[in-house]
Structures are given as C-alpha cells and as structure tokens.
Design a protein around this ligand. Structure first.
Ligand SMILES: [Zn+2]
Length: 124
C-alpha cells in the first residue's frame, strides 16, 4: 500500500467523496493530499491567472516535500460551475494541465481523471 498521493481537483462538494474513495480503493493508497481550487485544470493550462497556478504549485510542493508523494492525480468534472465550457474544452485543458505538470514534476507519475454526470471517476 502506498502511504500518500497528491490530487489536484475542483472545490465542488459533489466530487470530494467519490474521488477520494476511488483513489484510495483503486490505487491502494492510505491518504490523499487534496489540493482544491475552482477549475484547477483551467489555471494549469493557461497563463490567465498566474496567482492561482502558483498557489496550486506551492501546495503540491508542500505535499511532495512533506509526504514524499510520487503519484499526482489531476481531474476535471461534469457541470463545473467555475468552468462553464463544453466538455471537449475541459478535456483539452485536462490534457494540457497534465502535460504542464509532467514538465514541472518529471519524477511524478501523473494520472488524469474525469468525473462524469453520475460523479463516477474515470481514468482518462
Ligand atoms: Zn468544478
């Protein structure tokens, strides 16, 4: 069992429990360090809000430093109030966010997730 992993995900209350439960059971992890931000993939995929991006990265760095995490989850979800764009755009942002994170954290394994209209978690 892995002790800790890091997850960057939205603040939306509907996704928290299903996401954490999925990660713990599917990836056999004891604890998830949660980095929550409204629509984090948006801020990781463009430069429109460097403050939010830096804030996310600062907290990821703390998780890595404190808990020696090697696995980084990044997710987007259905009906995101903070990012009311078509799902296809959200998927592009998710892919770009994962690419950016992979460049910043070359030693981390990055896993992309989507939470659908039932708030089921899919590895994408
Ligand atoms: Zn959201």
């Amino acid at each position: 069992m892995m002790e800790f992993a890091t997850s960057i995900h939205c603040i939306d209350g509907r996704i928290q429990q299903p996401l954490i439960e999925f990660l713990i059971t599917t990836f056999n992890i004891r604890y998830i360090d949660s980095i929550t931000e409204p629509a984090p993939c948006k801020w990781m995929s463009d430069e429109s809000d460097p403050f939010s991006r830096e804030s996310i990265l600062r907290r990821v760095n703390t998780s890595i430093r404190a808990h020696n995490t090697k696995l980084l989850f990044v997710s987007a979800h259905y009906d995101c109030a903070a990012n009311p764009v078509p799902e296809a755009v959200q998927f592009l942002e998710l892919n770009t966010a994962a690419t950016v994170l992979g460049r910043i954290y070359p030693d981390m394994k990055i896993v992309k997730l989507w939470l659908d209209e039932h708030f089921s978690v899919l590895v994408v």
